[in-house]
Design a protein around this ligand. Structure first.
Ligand code: NAP
Length: 286
């Protein structure tokens, strides 16, 4: 039976610990707020009294708190416990934090892999979810079966942990753009007395177009070919003019549509009005 420790038992850390136990690992847990460990201890986990004790209990420790800076703060209190250990950091962070954490762990004599969890806690243990990792290839090789038991499509990006942070940002943004679009949609519907149920009903219909966006993106950006758009940037800019007029008329916060309008106008002003909207990559890259 392999021994694994889990530091951080929020929604995600608790899900990781539970699935590790279900897969037969001997799991030691530690959380700043101890009471959150109780359901896992009841299910068979061992409670470590300190983060250092959790590190000492297993050759490998998964850390899942908020940020890399939080992880560093926790581990800095127990540097002596790190030598010879493996840390798999599954908290979220920016490029500089990820690089600093990886360097610092190495300096303490620990091996480090950083992972980006691409699912909700309910997706942990499922075959079609993924944790994309970067850092030590040796750690990835040794822990790939465990990581694939946690998320079936887990993979290794490479040694550069900064690249993983960039990939996180690149995948986070489309999801958030989608959510913010719906929030602004709800605001304008509310102001115009369009029932929210009607809006919610129409959303999946209109969002079928996103598949087509993805196709356009895939065909145009890698090849750098932005010709023959199904809808040109100039046409889209005219739509944004209408949207802004509607928001102004409703007196609704329009920060997001204004930002998108500004970006689209940049493309048209750069002479790309007849091209795919994805041609904006040329303008924004500077
Ligand atoms: N939930 C998701 O759907 C999801 C999906 C993908 C990735 N993630 C990532 O997974 C990580 C954890 O998310 P979560 O949803 O589990 O968050 P959460 O439920 O809010 O739990 C946060 C955990 O971090 C601990 N923590 C935070 N700051 C700490 C500090 N300075 N020192 C010690 N412990 C600290 C908390 O301890 P206390 O209990 O003492 O507060 C708690 O155990 C985040 O990086 C998040 O971006 C989450």
């Amino acid at each position: 039976m392999s021994a694994v420790s889990v530091i951080g038992l929020g929604a995600m850390g608790a899900a990781l610990a539970r699935v590790l136990m279900q897969n037969g690992s001997r799991v030691t847990v530690w959380n700043r707020t101890e009471r959150k460990a109780a359901p896992l201890v009841a299910a068979g986990a061992t409670l470590a009294p300190t983060a250092a004790a959790a590190l000492a209990a297993s050759p490998t420790t998964l850390v899942c708190v908020h940020t890399h800076a939080d992880t560093r703060a926790i581990l800095q209190a127990a540097p002596a416990a790190l030598a010879g250990k493996t840390v798999i950091e599954l908290s979220t962070g920016g490029v500089r934090e990820a690089e600093a954490l990886a360097r610092w762990l190495e300096a303490q004599g620990a091996q480090c892999l950083i992972g980006m969890i691409g699912t909700f806690p309910t997706g942990i243990g499922k075959a079609d979810t993924a944790i994309v990792t970067a850092g030590s290839k040796a750690v990835w090789r040794a822990h790939a079966p465990m990581l694939r038991a946690l998320a079936g499509r887990s993979s290794y990006l490479g040694a550069d942990v900064g690249a993983l942070a960039a990939l996180f940002a690149a995948l986070f943004l489309p999801r958030q753009g989608f959510m913010f679009g719906m929030i602004y949609g709800a605001l304008i519907c509310e102001r115009a007395c369009v029932p929210i149920d009607t809006y919610v009903e129409q959303l999946p219909v209109t969002l079928k177009l996103v598949d087509a966006y993805f196709d356009v993106f895939k065909k145009s950006v890698p090849a750098g070919d932005f010709a023959n758009p199904p809808v040109s940037m100039a046409t889209l800019l005219a739509c944004y003019d209408d949207v802004l007029e509607t928001f102004a008329h409703g007196g609704v916060n329009s920060e997001m549509p204004e930002l998108l309008h500004r970006l689209m106008r940049k493309g048209v002003e750069a002479g790309l009005g007849g091209e795919q909207v994805t041609a904006l990559t040329k303008v924004l890259r500077g």
